[in-house]
Ligand binder design. Sequence first.
Ligand SMILES: [Zn+2]
Length: 289
Amino acid sequence: MNQAPGFYRYKIGDITLTAVHDGFARRPIEGLVRNAEFADVKKAMEQAFLPPDALNITFTTMVIENGGKLTLIDTGNGDSGAPTSGNFLANFKAAGFDPKNVSTVIFSHFHGDHINGFRLKDGTAVFPNAEAMVPAAEWAFWMDDAKMSAAPEAMKGAFAGVRRVFGPIAKDVKQFEPGKEILPGITPIAAYGHTPGHTAFAIASGSGKLMVVSDITNHPALFVRNPDWSAVFDMDGAQAAATRRKILDMASAERMQLAFYHAPFPATGHIGKSGNGFELVPVQWTPAI
Ligand SMILES: [Zn+2]
């Protein structure tokens, strides 16, 4: 850790949110967007003052303190990701938290950058007292043996990773459906397409409201700006694009604050309309505590 701790604390009503940075993974731009010309993607990178050849994809998890309970949404890469990732635990502790005090870990979807921080490679449970809550549609897809054997070779590792993380606690994992509050102030919203059960979360307390939108976009400079572009990570590109437009439209109309997983830290802001797409307007840094 050669920089200041990567956490950012803010309030939504009585709920305290802490964005915790897990680091980044570098990924070439070529081949990143399925349905756009490489030259157009490079241009979008240049317009956002980003290097045109490779993108540093950042990871920002969400910690929720409400009514004396400590809840996480997603866990970062743990010790299974790029060497430039896996900083969640250090930053989480620097923010004053103890993994033993986490009572619930909610997962948005089962890609490795979101689940691997739950269990180290040697099998250690990182949050020994936490219950795991997962989208039922996500569980049904990734835990289906027939889907795993039918999957292309390149995807088999992702299936194996899901089993590595959840296998030892499979019978205790709590599955949820979208649309109904699962913990006080936390309501899952179906945001399918990125993965079959990909989920966003409405956070509400008093008049305070925010939506944790998980991976409805990868980097906003590309996919908020160009919501119809499909990242290679979107398992159903058309469905993901429809979900993205719907949520960004809603956020723009309702002037709702969003929290992303792959936006520049602290990965939260509002959505304005811009041309045929949108723009992420970061919040002003006003720490609550
Ligand atoms: Zn992701």
